[in-house]
Design a protein around this ligand. Structure first.
Ligand SMILES: Nc1ncnc2c1ncn2[C@@H]1O[C@H](COP(=O)(O)OP(=O)(O)OP(=O)(O)O)[C@@H](O)[C@H]1O
Length: 296
């Protein structure tokens, strides 16, 4: 278990203030936040690359910063990993095998799957190709803790699918704990079981993804007259009206909703599904954020 307790970090300005998360072993945790929210800073701190200003980051009770016993189990794949002019996929493992045990057969298997030239300088690779090399390495290391900074972004569909499948396999077979930041909510929804949203230096919402998926319900109702939001006597997260058709997002389940609106005598009441992106946006809005980056 990774415990992030009251963690604060500033550069010139505060970036993260009193961040608290618990990340269970064997879970896939999706880290969400707008550009500049502090995701990379957070990943740098939990991988022990960067110290905290205050607070604690504990792995099964042990501090991570400058603790080689903990850090040997962590592989952090940054947004722009380091390599030199002379680095090829073939010789990249020489650097990493000093720190990690690498399943070389698996590494070659992934390089072959991605059709990467193994003996060419990575300097001439596209951004996506370089990312595929490092994804192959991360998967072949099979670490106990794997942290991925925006790794999905910039990968082609085959590489994204492979990464998702292999991450799930790693969790099943090695009980790996994965923390992945991404701007693609759909990719995160496919694989994560838990999530954390960082906004304005703080944790806006975090928890179990399934619970978030069932937290809000969307209903569409038809009436024989025009009704207003004030006619409904229960908490409404989102209200839309088009003539006599009303759509409402609320935390009430279907039976509770039926009970509540029965007095208003609707002609029709239907529940429509919400996908993760909608659930996520509604959660952010419900937590009091009116505009969140460019997606709202
Ligand atoms: N080394 C640094 N020195 C000063 N400020 C920094 C440094 N690194 C990051 N910052 C600032 O800290 C804030 C958080 O940056 P960070 O890279 O952690 O955000 P992020 O959520 O990963 O962003 P993005 O989604 O754009 O990658 C930003 O305002 C950034 O300008």
């Amino acid at each position: 278990m990774i415990e992030i307790i009251n963690v604060c970090k500033s550069y010139d300005e505060p970036v993260l203030e009193n961040i608290n998360f618990i990340i269970e072993n064997g879970s896939i945790f999706g880290l969400i936040g707008i550009n500049g929210a502090g995701k990379t800073t957070f990943l740098n701190m939990i991988s022990g690359v960067m110290g905290v200003d205050s607070g604690e980051i504990l792995y099964d009770g042990m501090h991570v910063y400058e603790n080689i016993d903990v850090k040997k189990d962590i592989f952090f794949l940054p947004d722009e990993p380091f390599y030199t002019m002379n680095t090829t996929p073939l010789n990249l493992v020489n650097t990493y095998k000093v720190f990690y045990k690498i399943d070389i057969e698996a590494y070659y298997k992934y390089l072959k799957l991605f059709k990467l030239p193994i003996d060419s300088s990575m300097y001439n690779f596209s951004k996506g190709m370089k990312r595929q090399v490092f994804v192959s390495l991360a998967l072949a290391i099979k670490p106990k803790y794997l942290f991925l900074d925006e790794t999905f972004d910039g990968l082609d569909p085959l590489a994204r699918l492979t990464l998702k499948r292999e991450l799930i396999k790693l969790v099943e077979e090695k009980n790996t704990t994965v923390v992945i930041s991404s701007h693609s909510l759909r990719e995160l929804a496919d694989i994560c079981d838990s999530y954390g949203i960082i906004n304005k230096h703080d944790v806006l919402s975090y928890g179990n993804l399934d619970e978030l998926m069932y937290k809000y319900h969307k209903y569409t109702m038809a009436f024989d007259r025009i009704l207003e939001e004030k006619d409904f006597d229960f908490p409404i997260v989102k209200f839309n009206r088009e003539n006599k058709i009303i759509s409402i997002v609320t935390t009430l389940d279907y039976e509770e909703m039926k009970d509540k609106v029965s007095l208003l005598d609707p002609i029709d009441l239907e529940e429509s599904p919400l996908d993760f992106e909608e659930e996520f946006m509604i959660e952010v809005k419900n937590q009091g954020v009116e505009r969140w980056g460019s997606i709202f």
